[in-house]
Structure formats: structure tokens, C-alpha cells
Design a binder for this molecule. Structure first.
Ligand code: SF4
Ligand code: SF4
Length: 437
């Protein structure tokens, strides 16, 4: 427990057990268990650090079930960052006990670089298409399927197709560019939601922005970091940081909230590069914010969605056709935890959606409540993840929305699954996919 004792325990011991973190903690709401909220988790870790408790697998389990939603960080009146402490503890536990066999293999791949993830995603895509998608979720064969609950399989999007980076040149050049940006696609957009990536590139290109998608950029490291493998994350962070620093773009655009949070905040914890780091971190920007904070893009965006309703993108046309030709599409928005509380981006997606003439925007109840996706958490703790997701599905259902927009591919995947389970199948899209481009 050296890192906790050395770095964070003094902070953890300032917890006055007020419980303000309790009502919004998704794992507490889902379980009602005091050891599943920041206050309880910190108390367990303090007891471990003081030698009163052994760092058992039971404690590790409670720590690993934190979704990293940052709600406790935002709400704590004492300014404690329970997520930092919890993740440091995960790192200590991983260091001493390692991980399960599958995670070990995945992290070994991750630690090399994103190129080595390609065969892994291909294999998973093939296994999904040949095996998972064909086997019914009922009968004896279901025993061989992961992620089956109440006779329903997890809703998996198609992946294993050619990845986005291989489809595109490394630099998308334009004449007399007004700026030069890096688009940090992240693994999900590169391998699964390529349409979102294509849409972002079209928008940037049309706005006369030169876009670099470095082929040698690796995974941001989120899956490894949140599972406690901080060595793999550090390796990825050092390499990505070196590449991005060398390119020196005007902005580093992300469309995955977790990639953004990791680049800005986790890299700061792991890398020891103070001076350079704030320059770097200030360049990391979510696509919603990027489109609005840059004056040019704001004007272009307004032109793009402006006075008439013609020339809708394929997505809009398909949606209108599917929903009912010429009526407005009722859209609600889910705030990804890492986008709202991590990157302070929540007004921008709403501003964009409300400006679209074909969108009837409707706010859901608790739009910033965690959906339970949380990357690898969803795979490792599937039942708890679904329990948390039920609340999100209910909020969405109550809006009567035709479409759900969000700003994180991991949330997108989780919401698709929980809506399907709630019998409310609706398209779940990244906001940019609704833009008329
Ligand atoms: S809100 Fe902060 S001080 Fe209060 S119990 Fe939670 S972590 Fe402790
Ligand atoms: S980050 Fe979220 S899940 Fe984890 S302890 Fe805090 S509120 Fe609970």
C-alpha cells in the first residue's frame, strides 16, 4: 500500500463520513451497500493502510466495482478525490496480485501498440459473427455465451471490419488550412464506430482544417488503467505523449469522453512532465466543444444547420424515414461521466442539438447519471453494469425519444444494450452523427 500511504492516505483520512457522496454514487444506488460508495471504499482502504485489514480479494472487488463516474469527486465538500485514491489502490493490488488470464493477454497486446490490437479486434469480430450472433440466447448452447442475462444477449455492434486508420491517409490535407489538428480516434471509433470518425473528418475537412490521424498512436490506456495495470498505461502514455508533443498540433480532438479524461487527467498522474503537460492538456478538446469554441467552426456549424432543411446526411434521412418522414426527430442526450464531470463539456452538445431544425430536443431525468458502461467495468461486472443501466433506460423511455445522442462510444454501446433489454430499441448515436454533413 505504499502509493496510498505515501501519496493519498492523508487526503483519504480527511473524509468526515458526511455521506454527501452517497445519493449519486451509481454503485451505491444499485446495491444499497455502504462498502460500494466512496465513503465506504475510503474507510476500507484506510483500514488496509493502517494494517487493521488485509487487502483481501473482497476489498479489491469493491474497489474494482467503482465505475469512475467522478460524481463523488465533484460533490465532496472536503475536496477529496476518491477516484484517484481508488485507482491508486487498484494499481497496488494489481502490482502484487496480477490479473486474470484474459486481462493479462489483452494488456500485453495493449502495451505494445494499437496495431497489435488489430488482430485481436479482428478475431473478436469473427468470433462474434460466427459464434455469438448465431447462437440463440436460450437452450443449452447459451451456456457457451458470455453476457447473457434473462435470456437476452448483450447487444454488440458490428466490429472486426477494416479499421478507420487503415481506411484513411495519415494526414487529410486541405488547401490553405486554417489550423492543424490531431484526431485521437481511440480504439472504439477506430474499430467499432467508424461512421462517427468519418463524420468528424468530413466536418473538419469542410471547415478547412488539416487533420492528422497518426497511425502509430496507441490506445489511450483506459482499459489497463482502470483495471489497475498502471505499468501498461504508463508505457502507452509515454509513447502517445511523445508522438503528440512532436506533432505539436493546434488541438487534439477526441470524441470519446474517456480517452479525453485519460489524456488530460490520468496522464498527468502517470507522467512526470509538469511544464510541458499543461500545454498538452490544454490542447485536448472534445469534438462538441471544438465545434463551438472556435469562432469559425461555430459560424460554419450554424451555416451547416441553418435556415433550410435540405441536404440531410444519410443518417438523418434514414432516421426520418424510419421514424416517420417529415416530422421532427425527438432526441434526448446522455451526459457521459467523463465528458461532463471530467472535461466540463455538457452545454455544448445541447447547444448543437437544439440548433438542429429537425431535432425536437427533450431532456431526460438525471441525464448525467452514470449509464453503467464504464469501459471494461461493463465486461467484468456485467450484472452490476446492467443494474445501473436500468435507471438510464427508464429515464430515456420516459422521454419518448426517437434517438439518443451521447458523446462517448462506450456509453453508446451500453445504452444500446440496456435499451434493448428494456424493450425500447432506439438508435443511439454520437451527436456528430446527427449533424447535417
Ligand atoms: S463526500 Fe467526501 S467527505 Fe463526505 S463521505 Fe464522501 S468522500 Fe467523505
Ligand atoms: S466514482 Fe462513482 S462509482 Fe466510484 S465511488 Fe465515486 S460516485 Fe461511486
Amino acid at each position: 500500500m505504499d502509493s496510498i500511504v505515501g501519496k493519498y492516505l492523508d487526503k483519504a483520512s480527511q473524509c468526515v463520513k458526511c455521506g454527501i457522496c452517497q445519493p449519486e454514487c451509481p454503485t451505491y444506488i444499485a446495491t444499497g451497500d455502504e462498502s460500494m460508495v466512496a465513503r465506504g471504499r475510503l474507510a476500507l482502504l484506510e483500514a488496509v493502510a493502517e494494517g487493521d485489514l488485509k487487502f483481501s480479494s473482497g476489498i479489491a472487488d469493491r474497489i474494482s466495482k467503482c465505475t469512475n463516474c467522478l460524481s463523488c469527486v465533484t460533490n465532496c465538500p472536503r475536496g477529496i478525490d476518491p477516484v484517484k485514491i481508488i485507482n491508486a489502490a487498484k494499481g497496488d493490488y494489481f502490482e502484487k496480485n496480477g490479473s486474470d488470464f484474459i486481462s493479462k493477454i489483452v494488456f500485453k497486446y495493449l502495451g505494445n501498440n494499437e496495431r497489435s490490437l488489430y488482430p485481436l479486434f479482428k478475431l473478436m469480430g469473427m468470433a462474434g459473427n460466427l459464434f455469438y450472433n448465431r447462437i440463440p440466447a436460450e437452450g443449452w448452447l447459451k451456456e457457451f455465451l458470455p453476457f447473457v442475462k434473462n435470456g437476452i444477449k448483450k447487444n454488440l455492434p458490428q466490429f472486426g471490419k477494416r479499421n478507420l486508420k487503415d481506411e484513411l491517409p495519415e494526414t487529410i490535407k486541405v488547401e490553405k488550412p486554417k489550423m492543424r489538428v490531431v484526431f485521437f480516434t481511440g480504439c472504439m471509433t477506430d474499430f467499432v464506430f467508424q461512421e462517427t470518425g468519418q463524420k468528424i473528418i468530413s466536418i473538419l475537412k469542410a471547415n478547412n482544417i488539416e487533420t492528422i490521424i497518426p497511425k502509430n498512436l496507441g490506445c489511450c490506456g483506459a482499459p489497463a488503467y482502470y483495471m489497475g495495470d498502471h505499468k501498461t498505461t504508463l508505457k502507452l502514455a509515454q509513447e502517445n505523449f511523445r508522438i503528440l508533443l512532436q506533432l505539436n498540433p493546434d488541438y487534439i480532438i477526441i470524441n470519446c469522453a474517456t480517452c479525453g479524461q485519460v489524456l488530460k487527467s490520468v496522464y498527468e498522474i502517470l507522467l512526470n512532465v509538469n511544464g510541458d503537460f499543461s500545454d498538452f492538456a490544454n490542447k485536448v478538446i472534445d469534438i462538441h466543444k471544438f465545434l463551438l469554441v472556435n469562432k469559425c467552426e461555430t459560424e460554419d456549424l450554424q451555416n451547416m444547420v441553418g435556415s433550410d432543411n435540405k441536404g440531410h446526411s444519410a443518417t438523418i434521412k434514414q432516421l426520418q424515414k424510419a421514424i416517420c418522414s417529415d416530422k421532427k426527430i425527438r432526441v434526448t442526450y446522455h451526459d457521459p461521466c467523463h465528458l461532463k464531470r471530467g472535461l466540463n463539456t455538457y452545454l455544448e452538445p445541447r447547444e448543437i442539438l437544439k440548433s438542429l431544425p429537425w431535432v425536437d430536443f427533450v431532456e431526460m431525468e438525471n441525464p448525467d447519471a452514470c449509464c453503467g458502461g464504464a469501459g471494461g467495468f461493463n465486461l467484468k461486472h456485467y450484472d452490476l453494469s446492467l443494474e445501473i443501466g436500468k435507471r438510464k433506460a427508464d429515464s430515456i423511455k420516459h422521454t419518448g425519444a426517437d434517438v439518443v445522442a451521447t458523446g462517448c462510444p462506450a456509453c453508446q454501446m451500453q445504452i444500446m444494450d440496456v435499451l434493448n433489454r428494456a424493450g425500447y430499441n432506439r438508435p443511439v448515436l454520437h451527436t456528430v452523427e446527427l449533424l447535417n454533413y
